[in-house]
Write a protein that binds this ligand. Structure first.
Ligand SMILES: [Zn+2]
Length: 268
C-alpha cells in the first residue's frame, strides 16, 4: 500500500466536513511554513505548484477523503497513535493502526521523495499537498490517539451555547472562538515570531518526535472534558481561554515543522 502513494494522480476536489484545524488553522499552519522555506526549497517547490501558495493545498486531503481512489490510499493519515508513555515507535503504529497514520506517512514521504526529481510532476505535487495537510493534522489534539485512550472526541458537548461534536471543538471551535476576528493571515503573523534558536529547538527531529511532543502536551487536557454518555458537558468562554494557548502552540509548532519537512526534502 505504501508504494501506491506515489502513484496517485490529481483528482477533482469534493468538499467534505471533518477537518483537523478547519479552514483557518490549516491555512495558518501552511502560511507559517511558506514564510519559513529556504529560498532553494521554495524555488524547487514552485516548479510543481507554479507559485500557488501552500495554504491553497492545506485542506485538499480532507476534501478528497471520501473520493476514490483517495479514500483508500490516504486512509488513516489524518491521525497518529502513541503508547501510554506518549512515545510513538514504529511497533506501536504497526500494531494499533497497521502503519496507516500520519507519522508513518511522513517517514515514507521522506524516503520516497529523496530523488523527487526523477518522479512525475503530478506525483510530487500530490505529495506536497499531502505533506502540507498531514503535519498539521497530527498536531491537532483530537487527532492524537493513545493506545489506552481513543481521544477522538466523537461525542456531543455544549460549546458556547450550541451543540457541537467535541472533536470539532478542537478542529475549528477553539481557533475561531479564541480570536473571533482573526483570519488565517493574522494567525500566521501572530505565530510566526519564534527566534532562530527556538525554531531549531522546536523543529528538532522528524515526524515521530514532533508527534510525541504533542502527545505529551495534549494528554493532560483529555481529562478536562468527561464523556459519561449521560450528561452533556458545557464548554464556555473560560474553556476557550484555557485551550487557546495550547491550540496556538500546536499550530505554531506545526507551521515551523512543516517548513522543516519541506526544506529537508526540497533543498536538494
Ligand atoms: Zn485531515
Amino acid at each position: 500500500m505504501r508504494k501506491t502513494i506515489l502513484l496517485l494522480t490529481l483528482a477533482i476536489a469534493i468538499p467534505q466536513l471533518a477537518m483537523a484545524w478547519g479552514y483557518i488553522g490549516h491555512k495558518a499552519i501552511a502560511e507559517i511554513a511558506e514564510r519559513n522555506l529556504t529560498p532553494k526549497a521554495k524555488a524547487n517547490i514552485e516548479r510543481y505548484t507554479k507559485g500557488t501558495p501552500l495554504h491553497e493545498y492545506s485542506l485538499w486531503m480532507d476534501e478528497v477523503v471520501s473520493t476514490s481512489p483517495y479514500n483508500k490510499a490516504l486512509a488513516g493519515w489524518h491521525a497518529s497513535i502513541a503508547d501510554v508513555d506518549c512515545t510513538s515507535p514504529k511497533i506501536v503504529r504497526e500494531r494499533y493502526r497497521k502503519s496507516r497514520d500520519g507519522v508513518t506517512a511522513m517517514e515514507d514521504f521522506r524516503e520516497q521523495l529523496k530523488d523527487y526529481k526523477s518522479l512525475s510532476d503530478s506525483t510530487v505535487l500530490t505529495a506536497i499537498k499531502c505533506i502540507v495537510h498531514i503535519v498539521a493534522d497530527f498536531h491537532c489534539p483530537t487527532h492524537m490517539r493513545y493506545v489506552d485512550l481513543h481521544n477522538e472526541g466523537k461525542y456531543p458537548v455544549d460549546f458556547l451555547g450550541n451543540r457541537w461534536d467535541y472533536h470539532a471543538v478542537w478542529d475549528t471551535g477553539i481557533v475561531e472562538a479564541y480570536h473571533p476576528q482573526w483570519n488565517f493571515i493574522k494567525y500566521a503573523e501572530h505565530l510566526n515570531v519564534l527566534s532562530k534558536g527556538d525554531i531549531k529547538k522546536t523543529t528538532k527531529g522528524w515526524a515521530q518526535e514532533w508527534f510525541e511532543d504533542g502527545c505529551r502536551n495534549v494528554r493532560p487536557i483529555i481529562y478536562w472534558v468527561i464523556n459519561d454518555g449521560k450528561k452533556i458537558q458545557k464548554l464556555d468562554q473560560k474553556f476557550v481561554d484555557r485551550c487557546g494557548p495550547l491550540a496556538e502552540s500546536q499550530m505554531q509548532k506545526a507551521g515551523y515543522r512543516l517548513a522543516k519537512a519541506l526544506n529537508i526534502i526540497f533543498e536538494k
